[in-house]
Design a binder for this molecule. Structure first.
Ligand code: IVH
Length: 692
């Protein structure tokens, strides 16, 4: 590589590593494995060593990692929060041990701990009381998340009596148990479905793993919300000016006596071979833990030894982590099946010969879309690698070509819908195939009725997915307008098959008087639901709750929307051409129009009620507002007024903000930030004047 090539590669790697740091620390949505990330970082470090004059002055190799989010108070760490060097092989560990022994001139004891896959937190205790909790941030300055941390039940607000220092810091890892994650992510998935997002968007927005969920939770501004998402925390290192013990092992014991939760899974090791045994033991046992770990942390036990070894710019020389590779297994691909979603989106699924992976039996894995099948070059009967790297659903990551049969056929993506046999289409630039048979494909029709009755739509909770599917399969309903014509006679005694997920079996259930009454009452009550939710319930592609609200407010009633042209719709702020196309297509369909007419005659709200029609204009078009403090009206009312007049609400202050709408008692931090950034600060009166 010549100097010019090195410069290009260094620039490229710097930008890449910065981007991945941002995805990981700020968005909590990494798009690369830790292994691949370390690989990039190491390549950059190597090049920078070779060509120091080409290194960027603020290179990510010189920083611990993250960045800080804008909304919390920022606190400088008394002791910088460093990260650890990573190793992946036995040899790298042996090298570490050699470095340590050379540095000390003797063989040390090590403490092995699990490397919890969460996010680091630093807690400060003063006189035995929790004073502050700060995230790692960039290692020097972090976010003060004390209020959120106080929702974690295992973090003591006050310590048990003991000989702890008057003031000290203790660091640990905040994480979420797998079961909590699965439950909450399921709830989130349902909410996103109800918002009208399609499968791909939902997949993107769901938390990929407990770590991201924990991190997203800790960054929330509303600690009441945080409390609804139970987090947990293990503590693993005490920081004081004078050590509380001679060794790390003893200090952990003390921490636990004072009331901190210290994981039992740690061990004193006499040499690096005992360390290896610990690593091997937990590689097998990690699947049985209720939380995720991504490796083992190895620390020199004696504090005097730690001091002697000291630090590099980024890491302590007395500790290192050993990272487990993503868990993977190999199994045979039996067939590919295709699922049809409410919007007609097709998702291919690999059906696999059952295989044990990370403590569960895997029978199915994601294939995402046709491009992915092409990328993997899947052939019939292939032996495939499946991985559970941080993701909830295992994915197929590759094919073992040695096991491919010589005359195996290449798998061609389905050309027809697996349910209604309609030829699938793929829209320009979209990765997903669709079944275009919107009005005749059963899973789409059932899915649309299920969406219609959802909590955030018509909220008919006396009806469930299985009842809907049962009514549809028996030919009693074909679309959601039919719900309003159901009678007690039609429903009483109807038999449905229901599936029990836990027992993995089907059973029969028949509708009794009480359920029938509930169903009919739920349907009747839904006639009170406001127009914007009715509009959302219709299930127009890309019309989620927010868009439905905008359309309802702008046009006022369903007839006006049905008559609107693409340009009329796309002219509304933040509604693009694609949404407009979908709205026009929906109302351009005679069957949909007829269904809407039937909903109208059944008495559903198809226009905005008068008091909802706040003053409307384009006066604030293109302007963004951040509303903060106390006003003569509620903040929600103010925000609605901003939106009704074409403005946009944003939650935080940045360079691009147009106005800070400041009320009484607003936070000094926001005020300072807005002043620093020269953002106009306006009062409620100024704002009302803008509306004229
Ligand atoms: S000790 C200076 N112990 O791994 C040493 N870290 O890259 C401080 N982690 O930032 C860290 N489990 O977020 C330590 N048992 C453990 C850990 C652990 C997880 C995380 C922590 C740290 C990162 C190091």
């Amino acid at each position: 590589m010549n100097e010019l090539e090195a410069k290009i590669r260094i620039d490229e790697l710097t930008a890449l590593v910065n981007k991945h740091n941002y995805n990981y620390y700020i968005l909590s949505q990494p798009t690369i494995s830790d292994f691949d990330f370390d690989y990039l970082l190491k390549e950059l470090e190597k090049l920078e060593k070779q060509y120091p004059h080409l290194a960027h002055p603020d290179s990510p190799t010189q920083k611990v990692g993250g960045d800080i989010t804008k909304e919390f108070n920022q606190v400088r760490h008394k002791y910088p929060m460093l990260s650890l060097g990573n190793t992946y092989t036995e040899q790298e560990l042996i090298d570490f041990d050699e470095r340590v022994r050379k540095g000390l001139g003797q063989a040390p004891e090590y403490v092995c701990e699990l490397k919890f896959d969460g996010l680091a937190i630093s807690l400060t205790y003063e006189d035995g009381k929790l004073l502050r909790a700060v995230t790692r941030g960039d290692g020097v300055v972090g976010d003060d998340v004390t209020t959120n941390i106080k929702t974690i039940k295992t973090i003591p607000h006050r310590l048990k009596p003991g000989n702890y220092p008057q003031i000290f810091e203790i660091r640990g890892e905040v994480f979420m148990h797998r079961k909590t994650f699965d439950k909450l992510n399921d709830v989130l998935k349902k909410e996103l479905e109800l918002k009208g997002l399609d499968e791909e968007e939902i997949r993107e927005r769901l938390y990929k793993n407990p770590r991201n969920f924990a991190s997203g939770t800790l960054k929330m501004q509303d600690s009441k919300e945080v409390a609804k998402r139970p987090l947990d925390c293990f503590l693993y290192f005490i920081y004081t000016d004078k050590p509380v013990a001679d060794s790390h092992f003893e200090s952990l014991k003390k921490a636990s006596e004072w009331g901190f939760q210290v994981s039992d899974h740690h061990q004193l090791c006499r040499d690096i071979h005992e360390v290896m045994q610990f690593i091997k033991r937990y590689e097998a046992a990690r699947a049985d833990l209720s939380y995720e770990i991504d490796g083992v942390v190895i620390k020199v036990n004696n504090f005097a030894h730690q001091q002697e070894l000291g630090f590099t710019a980024k890491n302590p020389r007395w500790a290192i982590s050993y990272k487990y590779k993503a868990q993977s297994a190999i199994t045979r691909l039996e067939k590919i099946t295709y699922q049809v979603g409410r919007t007609g989106a097709i998702t291919p699924v690999a059906n696999l010969a059952p295989v044990q992976l990370a403590g569960t039996t895997v029978k199915r894995a994601s294939l995402y879309n046709a491009d992915e099948i092409e990328r993997l070059d899947l052939h019939e009967g292939d032996w495939v690698f499946v991985e559970k790297g941080g993701e909830i659903i295992p994915k197929v990551t590759g094919v073992n070509l040695e096991k491919r049969l010589p005359n195996a056929h290449k798998i061609n993506y389905a050309t027809r819908c697996p349910v209604c046999q309609t030829v699938l289409i793929r829209k320009d630039a979209e990765a997903v195939h669709y079944c275009p048979n919107e009005t005749g494909c059963a899973p789409q029709l059932i899915g649309r009725i299920e969406h219609f009755i959802g909590r955030r739509a018509m909220n008919i909770d006396s009806l469930g997915g299985e009842t809907i599917a049962g009514l549809f399969n028996k030919g009693i309903i074909q679309n959601y307008a039919d719900l309003y014509e159901l009678s007690a006679e039609q429903l009483l005694g109807l038999e449905f098959e229901t599936y029990n997920n836990k027992k993995d079996q089907w059973s029969k259930r028949s509708l009794q008087q009480k359920s029938v009454e509930n169903i009919l009452k739920g349907i009747q009550d839904s006639k009170q639901v406001p127009f914007e939710r009715v509009l959302f319930a219709l299930g127009i592609r890309m019309v989620g709750e927010t868009v439905a609200k905008k359309l309802a407010k702008h046009f006022g009633n369903i007839e006006a929307i049905a008559k609107a042209t693409k340009d009329d719709i796309a002219a509304i702020y933040e509604i693009g051409d694609k949404i407009a196309d979908n709205v026009v297509a929906f109302f351009g369909n005679a069957e949909n129009l007829e269904i809407c007419l039937r909903l109208k005659s059944s008495g559903l709200n198809i226009e905005v009620e008068h008091d909802q029609l706040v003053q409307r204009s384009d006066k604030l078009q293109g302007k963004s507002f951040c509303v903060s403090g106390v006003f003569s009206m509620s903040r929600d009312e103010l925000k609605a007024l901003i939106e009704a007049n074409g403005g946009r609400n944003v939650g935080s202050i940045s360079k691009s903000l147009n106005y800070l709408l400041a009320g009484d008692k607003m936070g000094p931090e926001k005020l300072k930030k807005a002043t620093d950034l020269n953002i106009p600060i306006i009062s409620e009166e100024d704002f009302l004047l803008m509306l004229g």
